[in-house]
Ligand binder design. Structure first.
Ligand SMILES: Cc1cc2nc3c(=O)[nH]c(=O)nc-3n(C[C@H](O)[C@H](O)[C@H](O)COP(=O)(O)O)c2cc1C
Length: 107
């Protein structure tokens, strides 16, 4: 049984919706146990990631990158990477973006 952590941040529930759908698929197809974790919780308790076999990370696209709260959770894992705690674990990611047509650049 694989233990997976789906870590996400989003202002309007899109990431949580996607995380729930993918988690449902992972639970049925891969006999995995999946915990949905808000990025803010990882910022406070990064060590809890080490108990998992893999991660699926979800952030909105803000200005071409991840959101500030999600980046904060990534930065909080610095010590884990330094000690190579996540080495060899499965990792995936997803985002939601929607640049309105009115803000597109035209040449
Ligand atoms: C501050 C901000 C910056 C954004 N930057 C981008 C961007 O660079 N590219 C893009 O395609 N969408 C961008 N968007 C649109 C968001 O990615 C999109 O609305 C997404 O669904 C937001 O997720 P959320 O509702 O969970 O915050 C931006 C939205 C905001 C609020």
């Amino acid at each position: 049984m694989n233990q997976l952590a789906f870590v996400f941040h989003g202002a309007h529930g899109h990431k949580e919706h996607i995380a729930r759908q993918v988690a449902e698929g992972a639970r049925s197809a891969e006999s995995a146990e999946v915990d949905l974790i808000k990025a803010d919780d990882i910022t406070r308790y990064a060590n809890r990631l080490l108990r998992y076999d893999g991660f699926n990370l979800g952030s909105p696209t803000y200005l071409g990158g991840v959101s500030a709260p999600f980046k904060g959770s990534m930065d909080a894992t610095g010590r884990l990477w330094r000690t190579q705690g996540p080495k060899g674990k499965f990792a995936a990611g997803f985002t939601v973006s929607s640049l309105p047509a009115a803000t597109s650049h035209r040449r």
